[in-house]
Design a binder for this molecule. Structure first.
Ligand code: ADP
Ligand code: MG
Length: 728
């Protein structure tokens, strides 16, 4: 009998809670470990401070002498904070973050030790990066890639290391990470949105994209998680019968947070405060053991970094509390999965949220401009936006009838829908004074009131307008937000650029007034982007059909979703917005497909091992006991035993049938895997994994889960759902 499950359960039951002490005010802790403006004021000369601020605001270059000064100041501060090492912190295409620590310590030629960290080390490093995926951009034998300082995201001390956020690029300038394209996209949206915002307010100099993510996650006891190879190797349970009580009663959602979880959250939040991650909200989610954490929104690049850092901090702190965080989008079958809603908006340097209606008709026209352009952008590039959230693990959510569908659509609500309908009726060309007044008073002028009592919300919509921001709901809980944020900002930037061209043309050539031109262009956008608007039930069958009629894409698997990346339209978009070259896009697609293949491959292997080395031996052990029992009864009662052994024999047979089926299916899966592995074309191989290998998973699981219900609890080798999902 396998002891692993029971040892793990004993260990988990013996846990003492790890208490957390809150000392002082959290607001006083905020940013203590960050080399932020406050620290800069303290440690930098005026010149250096201005140079860094300039780089943050307008992307200006920081010269080498200043970089030396900044490095010196950072080093002094970091060592005072207890740091011994520094690292360039970057986001390779694996999806996680990477770091290579170097000590500040150095030796002089005379053997004396000193602490060294200069501008050179701050600005650029060359990690031995040959093992990071590059999609063929960088030949591994060359292994040439370097990390370069991103001054727009402040350095921070984490544990005893000074972490410097950086981009990761090849020596020929191609992005090898997720941050470099994001920064380019943010630059593009800044330029395009600023130009349009100037129609309404000439003093606007800069527009930042803002992002407020909501991180969902599961917590399970560490010993229980480690006892199952599927959880520790794939982040999810590949088998496991649903617990008798799952989330049917909805008694977990917003309920009292279990003590072990709250202690974990407290410590996590304190650490986040120090690291400058402005966490604000915590609550239970729908499924048992599922929770959510959300911060105050920030500039998008910073928010992305903070989310990545958060996931890392969560791992470490959970460990101290003998817990494991599951970031996987679908760790348990039969109960809700986890996502990471990306709330997105645009903010001017003058402090205006461009997706927030204002108090005057002019402000509202500005709102409508950005609102409608976003709708138009998503309509044009819906498939591309969908591709940005594709991954092996998120495939379990998208289109799986519980989370947003794989079809992108936008929910604007009934009232705003009515406003758009009215605007659609605006006259072509010049507007009469009456029409202008009518628009001002009754259409555009009414927007703030509409939004105030706009209570209709649609939880099934993948892209919803929620009063003063759009909420992108399909993002996976594991996903690096840089990916959807790069695409979203690029497509909206492109759209705003087109819009400006069209408005300017109407003003120049047709001598329309600016607001008339804006109305005219918006009217056309409303007309041509109607198919993307959908207020109904996104989970319904009807919508699938309706979406097909509307010619919206419905890519249910990652290999299918990723194809659009290299379409002519996408390549043209990325190139024209300066976000990615064809080489970079192709490489990224290759890396994502490769990652998909590897994920499914690993899951297949683990499933194979679970079935052959754990489940089949355990159920045979139990089956043998039944056989012994039947034989014993036969020995005692002779021919009369049949009446007494009917039940046992039935179970013996059922077990045998499941074993036979399991063997058949697992072997067929292995065959399919072998066949897939022979394919050299990555695209074809990914499709082989999704279409030929993955379908076996569910079939295999079905037999395992039936067996779980058939055999003596003491013989079942894997920690069960009810045991995993019971944090107190
Ligand atoms: P929920 O979606 O759970 O109902 P809210 O509507 O309050 O919650 O939104 C939560 C998230 O929206 C938070 O992470 C918050 O930071 C973010 N958010 C609010 N305003 C903006 C904005 N202007 N830009 C980006 N994110 C925002
Ligand atoms: Mg939300």
């Amino acid at each position: 009998m396998s002891r692993q499950r029971f040892d793990a359960m004993t260990e988990s039951r013996k846990r003492e809670r790890v208490g957390v002490e809150e000392k002082g005010r959290r607001s006083e802790l905020f940013g203590n470990n960050v080399f932020n403006k406050e620290r800069m004021l303290q440690y930098l000369t005026k010149d250096a401070l201005e140079s860094v601020q300039g780089a943050i605001f307008s992307g200006s270059k920081i010269d080498r002498k200043i970089a030396d000064q900044v490095a010196e100041a950072m080093k002094t501060w970091a060592i005072e904070m207890g740091a011994t090492h520094y690292t360039h912190w970057f986001q390779p295409l694996t999806g996680a973050t990477a770091e290579k620590h170097d000590a500040f310590f150095d030796l002089m030629s005379d053997g004396r030790a000193l602490e060294k960290f200069g501008g050179g080390q701050l600005v650029q490093q060359e990690p031995d990066a040959s093992s990071f995926p590059s999609g063929g951009i960088r030949n591994t034998f060359e292994a040439r890639g370097y990390t370069a300082w991103d001054p727009t995201s402040p350095a921070f001390v984490y544990d005893t290391t000074l972490c410097i956020p950086t981009i990761f690029v090849s020596y020929t300038g191609e992005a090898l990470d997720n941050k470099a394209p994001l920064l380019r996209a943010l630059n593009a949206i800044d330029e395009a949105a600023t130009a349009v915002a100037k129609y309404f307010d000439k003093t606007v100099v800069k527009v930042n994209a803002t992002l407020g993510w909501e991180q969902e996650y599961f917590l399970v006891d560490k010993a229980l998680a480690h006892s199952r190879s599927d959880i520790s190797l794939t982040g999810r349970t590949l088998v496991g019968h649903s617990a008798a009580k799952g989330q049917q009663l909805d008694d977990h959602y917003f309920g009292v947070i279990p003590l072990r979880a709250i202690n974990f959250m407290k410590e996590l939040e304190l650490e986040c405060m120090r690291l400058g991650i402005p966490v604000k909200t915590r609550h239970n989610e729908v499924a048992p053991n599922q929770f959510e954490l959300a911060p105050v929104f920030e500039e998008a690049n910073l928010a992305v970094d903070h989310n990545l850092l958060l996931m890392d901090v969560m791992d470490r702190i959970a460990d101290r509390h003998n817990l494991k965080v599951l970031f996987h989008e679908k760790p348990f079958a039969g109960i809700n999965g986890s996502g990471k809603h990306n709330n997105w908006s645009l903010a001017t340097d003058t402090g205006v949220n461009l997706l927030s209606p204002g108090s005057t008709p002019m402000k509202n026209l500005q709102f409508l401009t950005f609102f409608i352009n976003t709708i138009k952008a998503v309509d044009t590039y819906e498939e591309l936006l969908r591709s940005s959230i594709a991954s092996a693990s998120n495939d379990h959510r998208l289109g799986a009838n519980e989370a947003p569908p794989a079809i992108l659509s936008i929910f604007v609500g009934k009232q705003l829908g009515n406003v758009l309908d009215e605007l659609e009726g605006v006259s072509k060309g010049k507007l009469s004074p009456e029409e202008k007044t009518e628009l001002k008073l009754n259409v555009v002028g009414k927007i703030p009131e509409i939004l105030l009592d706009n209570t209709d919300r649609n939880r099934t919509s993948p892209f919803a307008f929620t009063g003063n921001k759009f909420e992108m709901r399909g993002v996976g809980s594991k996903t690096n937000c840089a990916k959807p944020m790069t695409i979203l900002n690029t497509i909206v930037a492109k759209q705003l650029r087109e819009f400006k061209k069209e408005v300017d043309a109407l003003v120049d050539k047709k001598s329309l007034k600016k607001d008339e031109a804006v109305f005219n262009v918006l009217r056309e956008y409303i007309k041509t982007s109607k198919r993307i608007r959908f207020d109904g039930d996104g989970y319904s069958e009807d919508w699938q059909k309706e979406a097909e009629r509307r010619k919206l894409s419905n890519n249910k698997t990652t290999p299918a979703a990723l194809q659009v990346l290299t379409s002519k339209q996408s390549l043209e978009l990325f190139a024209s917005m300066g976000v990615m070259s064809e080489k970079e896009v192709t490489a990224r697609q290759e890396v994502e497909l490769e990652a998909y293949i590897l994920h499914i491959q690993i899951e297949g292997r683990v499933l194979n091992e679970l079935v052959y080395s754990h489940i089949i031996p355990s159920v045979i052990e139990y089956q043998n006991i039944l056989i012994k029992n039947v034989l014993g009864l036969k020995e005692i009662y002779g021919a009369a035993h049949r009446k007494l052994t009917d039940g046992q024999s039935g179970i013996i047979e059922q077990i045998a049938e499941h074993i036979t089926e399991l063997k058949k299916q697992v072997d067929a899966m292995t065959d399919a895997r072998r066949k897939a592995n022979k394919l050299t074309d990555t695209q074809k191989k990914a499709f082989a994994y999704s279409d030929d290998v993955k379908p076996y998973f569910e079939k295999i699981r079905m037999h395992c889960d039936k067996l779980e219900m058939l055999v003596d609890n003491r013989y079942w080798p894997l920690v069960k759902y009810r045991e995993l999902l019971s944090i107190k």
